[in-house]
Each structure stands twice: as C-alpha cells, then as structure tokens.
Design a protein around this ligand. Structure first.
Ligand SMILES: [Zn+2]
Length: 453
C-alpha cells in the first residue's frame, strides 16, 4: 500500500524563534505538512503503519531555505557589461533553468528574485511552477526601475540604454506609475527600484538617493494599490531612510542607514535584506587574487554595515537573509547559507535568529504567492524540509554543506540530488578580451614583452 507520507523523527527547528523540539516529529501527507510537535503528543489519528517512518537520530529537521535575494537570470556574470550586453535572451533563459536546479540542490526550496534581465525570471518561475523543471518556488521582481542616478543606468550616456540591462530607465515623475502598471500587467510579483548608486563606483554619490521621497512614495503607493510589494536597492543613508519613509516593504543593503532611517523602518514595517555575502565574498576573492583592487572599499562598507545593521537588528527591524546569487562572486548553489553565519558573526544574532531570517522571516517577501505556504514547519504549509546532520542552532555553518544533508524535500518529495553536469561557457557570453594587459615592444631585446594589468 502506498504510504500517505512521512513521519520524520528527530530534532525539530520549525523556522520560528521557538526553541528546538528535541524529540520531535514532522508528519507529511502528499505535498503538505499535516502535523508538527513533540513525539509524546502525536494524536492517535496518525497511525505509524500508514506512513514511512524515518528515524533521524543526531539530525535536525527544518524548513527549506528561503533565499531573499537571487538573480536567476544573471548567469554568474563577471561584469555589468557581460550581464547587460552579451548572450541572447533565449540562451539566458535556458541557462537560468539549468542554474535553478543548483539553487534547489543547495537546500533553497523557495526564493525571491530581486531583478531580472528581460523577463527571464518570470519564465523560470512559471517553468518550475508548471512542473517542467526542478527549482525553488520563485517569487519574482521584473526589471529594476531606475533613473540616471540609480545603480542600473551604468553605461555612458552616449549609448542607448541596453535592452538586456536588468532595469527600465524612467525619466519623469509621470513615467513612474506607468512603469509599475506595465510590470504588473506583465506578470511580476513585486516591484524593484534602483534607489542608490554604489558607493564604490561613484564615491561622490555616497549620500545621495536616486529618487526623491515624493517619487518613492508614488512607486510604493501604486505598487501597494495593485496588491504587490516593493523592494529597493539602497546602500546610502538617504536612500535607505527615504525608502522606509515612503513605505517600501524591503530595503536591500541599507549599509549606511542611520537612526532616523531605523526609526522610519520601525514605523513603516520595512524589513532590511543586507546581502553582506556579496561584499564578504568580494573581499575574500580579491585577497586571493593578488593585484585586484577594491577590497578596501568593500571592507569600509562591511564595517559600516556591521555597526548600522546591528543597531537596526537590536532596535527590532526584521533582518532577512539573501545571497545575491547570480554574480560571479556568488555562483549558484554555493553560498546560499553563508549570510546566516555572517549575521551571527557581524550582527550578533543567535544561530536560531539567523535560521529564522533565512526561513520564516524571509517569507515576507513572498507575498502574496507563497507567504503563508512555506518557510515554517506547520500544518497546511508545503512540506519543503531539510534534514541536516547535527544541530544548526548550535553550529550555523552546518547549513553550508548541502551535499551532506540527509534529505531535501520539496512538496513532500525528496528532490533529485544528482548535480547537473558542469557546463562550458559559450564564446558569446563574455566580453571580448584580446589580452588582459599590453603586448609592448622591448627595443633592447628586439622582441615583444607582455605587461599584465
Ligand atoms: Zn541584487
């Protein structure tokens, strides 16, 4: 007889801030969870013989991760040029589906995509939802709404705004409402705004917001009127504060947020998704790659973020975990659980708080599609479950080794854990570089000499 589902027996971390249940059970039926609690309290209606009972001594049972910041369409791009200019859209979409499988195999059973090139993220979401391909349950933003001061207007003004850029360029206040309405018509779940530049790229813009408070309010109000949530890329002090004042649901980065901004977050209910993994990985990778520059600017931002976001966390602003997977410093399937370790080390979270930030707390961004359906072990939610050796509420780094997980269930079924074959990069995916340096003529030796950059 076919089993109704599973009875998983082990330590239960349910995604909330409640202490783990030492001798716990999670019962699944079909795609959903039907019961969670202490083994001693299992109601008589759940008869062990009707389920596959799996004993998991020394293991923890917890919700699948919810990565609140991915870019599934970016294809591990090495540069803005590679992301915006190269690779035809059709190939990008196929590559994104290939990469989505890697994200799932890292234990990320749901994710929020924070900006896409073309409409690739919507296609990936729908291909997964319709059962064609494996991947996380996606909730997606479209292209970021930017103006000339936003991060995404990255190319010289002499150029046309590239159609492959993960953004739409808006020039007037009147265009803002139209941009929101068009994206909602085209099937996005959420609106994303490019609200500041990067301090590293343009230090003279360090304390500037790309949009006025009035413009941000227009975007937030129209987004909410249409039943969606809005996120913003905002590193600077002013952009973080104004995003919260305008009522943005989620502020990405907020590294330079001040007391006024924290106060505004508490008032508006805005959450912060710092995404420090990108910065920390850039620092480490640059150290490993002697001669590369930029580490010190990244380090400055991490130091500021540590102080400011720790304050925000202590003041009660919800802090959400996301990896920014999609750029080359954060390849798919590799670093999705690192943000939790960073939160413990830099922001003073307990491991349980960090797990909460990467599971239940992160479901705030999944509204309205999956908000109440994932991220927590609770009857009625999807049985998206990880079984992890040891106790991540004591050692958060255990979650960074997904190949050692006993099970990754999605919708009550173990996922295929066989990693996809590595792929070769096609010539048209990258910037055409002849040499990474100059080949000069040495008069003394009467021969050529290569000067690396
Ligand atoms: Zn991002």
């Amino acid at each position: 007889m076919a089993n109704k589902g599973y009875i998983l027996k082990g330590k239960v971390l349910d995604g909330t801030l409640n202490q783990p249940i030492e001798d716990g059970l999670v019962v699944t039926e079909g795609p959903h969870i039907s019961w969670v609690g202490s083994a001693a309290d299992l109601p008589a209606q759940f008869k062990a013989e009707e389920y596959e009972v799996i004993d998991l001594p020394g293991r923890s049972i917890m919700p699948g991760l919810v990565d609140a910041h991915t870019h599934i369409s970016f294809g591990e791009s090495r540069s803005e040029e590679e992301n915006a200019l190269y690779t035809p859209v059709e190939f990008r979409a196929i590559k994104a589906i290939y990469n989505a499988n890697k994200v799932l195999q890292a234990g990320v059973t749901s994710a929020f995509d924070a900006a896409t090139t073309y409409a690739v993220a919507q296609a990936v979401r729908d291909a997964i939802d319709s059962g064609m391909y494996p991947g996380p349950r996606y909730t997606v933003s479209g292209k970021q709404i930017t103006n000339h001061q936003g991060l995404e207007d990255a190319f010289p003004s002499e150029m046309q705004f590239p159609p492959g850029q993960a953004a739409v360029l808006v020039k007037t206040k009147e265009d803002l409402v139209e941009a929101v309405r068009l994206q909602v018509k085209d099937g996005v779940d959420a609106i994303k705004v490019s609200g500041s530049n990067d301090n590293l790229i343009t230090p003279d813009m360090a304390d500037v917001s790309a949009f006025t408070l009035e413009e941000l309010k227009i975007i937030a109000d129209e987004t909410h009127r249409l039943g969606k949530i809005c996120s913003i890329h905002a590193r600077s002090r002013v952009s973080s504060r104004d995003a919260a004042l305008a009522g943005f649901d989620n502020i990405y980065h907020a590294s330079y947020i001040d007391d006024e901004g924290i106060e505004a977050c508490l008032k508006s209910g805005s959450v912060i998704t710092p995404t420090l993994t990108l910065l920390v990985n850039l620092i480490e990778a640059n150290q490993a790659n002697a001669g590369a520059s930029g580490s010190s600017a990244f380090q400055r931002e991490v130091t500021a973020a540590q102080e400011n976001l720790r304050k925000a966390h202590e003041a009660g602003v919800p802090i959400i975990a996301g990896s920014e997977s999609g750029w080359s410093p954060v390849p798919y399937g590799q670093w999705h659980a690192r943000e939790m370790e960073i939160f413990v080390k830099l922001l003073g979270m307990t491991p349980l708080q960090a797990i909460h930030s990467n599971t239940l707390a992160a479901t705030r961004l999944l509204a309205p599609r999956y908000r109440d359906k994932v991220g927590k072990l609770e009857p009625g939610r999807y049985a998206d479950i990880l079984v992890v050796p040891g106790d991540p509420s004591k050692d958060i780094t255990l979650l960074q080794r997904p190949s050692r997980f006993d099970y990754i269930l999605q919708g009550g079924r173990p996922i295929n854990r066989t990693p996809p074959e590595p792929r070769r990069r096609m010539w048209y995916e990258r910037t055409k570089t002849f040499l990474s340096g100059l080949y000069v003529y040495d008069e003394e030796k009467s021969q050529g000499h290569f000067l690396p950059e």
